[in-house]
Design a protein around this ligand. Sequence first.
Ligand SMILES: [Zn+2]
Length: 162
Amino acid sequence: MEVLDHEQIKQVFEHEKRPPVVPNLANVDWGVLDYFGWIHPAGHQGYVVVPLANDEIRGLVLRRSIASVRKPRFEMCSWCNHVHQSSGTAMFSTIVRGSDERKTVGNLMCRNLDCSLRIRNLCSDPPSYMGETIDLGNKVSRLQNSLYRFLHRSNSLYAMES
Ligand SMILES: [Zn+2]
């Protein structure tokens, strides 16, 4: 994705009641990212910034829940299709815009919001337990489609009217 600066990311979240603290961007390798995601230091929230095909960007605030006791089992990230052996995913949910906080949508996703690194095998932990033969280009478009679908489901695909 294109390089974003601190100001641009802040702007994406300016309508949020509690805007996130934007992390240090000095070491971000934008070239290997399809979306920019980070986790609040307290661990209960995640944030994603998603570039759209028309060069606009969207942001989502996500609530993160990690099951505390869990039997080892395979879990697949619904954004990047990476298969984790155990504890690699978390449930992320967001409030549907315009629902007066009554509706949420959620997905099981990579717990550190690092899908882009996973599809490029840039994570140090084990590769996906379900090997795939599709090439990176297809993995990228599948991830992008999942992101757009999630934005659509949470009613966040269109710009917020200010
Ligand atoms: Zn993922």
